[in-house]
Design a binder for this molecule. Sequence first.
Ligand code: URA
Ligand code: URA
Length: 266
Amino acid sequence: MNDPKRFIERAAEFLKQQREMYGDFSVKLDTDSETRNPQIKEPATGFISKPTDNKQSDKAQAKAENVTEKKSTAERIQDCATLEELMELCKEAEELKTDLDGTNLVFGVGNPSADLMIVGEAPGYNEDQQGEPFVGQAGQLLDKIMGAINFKRSEIYIANILKHRPPDNRDPKPEERQRSLPYLLRQIELIDPKLILCVGRISATTLLDKETSLGNLRNTFHEFHGRELIVTYHPAALLYNQKYKRPTWEDVQLLRKRYDELGGKP
Ligand code: URA
Ligand code: URA
């Protein structure tokens, strides 16, 4: 049975029928259950593991509901047909929040059908205040870098791995990144960019699912869900380390060249 929802519906239906027939509640997992009720063939075993008392059936019920709930988060994400719908879902999503109270959603900004998408790490103070990614000092430098390869901010789309600010600007935790990822992946699908630029190690290692240094990931194109992804240093790193400027410049020139080869617009 490959549709879990359907399986649960049928299991629930089965339990209901059993309850109606035998009262509340004992299902014997013996072979003659089939002779007593030949129409009901599955899915008796496995789902009801023991002759049940009420507690046991409550547990089974809770388990069934839990499975449905988990499935439905993924389904609700997948059901979003537009960025607006996804943003509404993100607004309600407790799992996107960090342990810093009262933060604003920083969903993403820019051209909704951009051929280039930039993915950073997480909002900082200014981004949280304005609800927009990369608006602080690092953001201004990012705009300059993109300007140097002839991209206007409005032509591309910018988002982060996390959609809420972590406390004290600490690195996003692995579990926070994993909780955010399904939302970001849907966002990428909806924008459907030809190229993704990850800025910084957190962004790159999260999307590529590979724990390694930024130096090992930059200067090349990676395959990512049928798209191409390139990695470079985080603009915040450039603010403090001059030595990252040249390699970043090389990476973004590579990016621009590939963008044009792929027929990126505008
Ligand atoms: N740094 C990031 O990674 N993202 C932002 O939005 C701002 C700073
Ligand atoms: N090292 C990293 O891991 N990331 C940066 O953005 C810069 C240096």
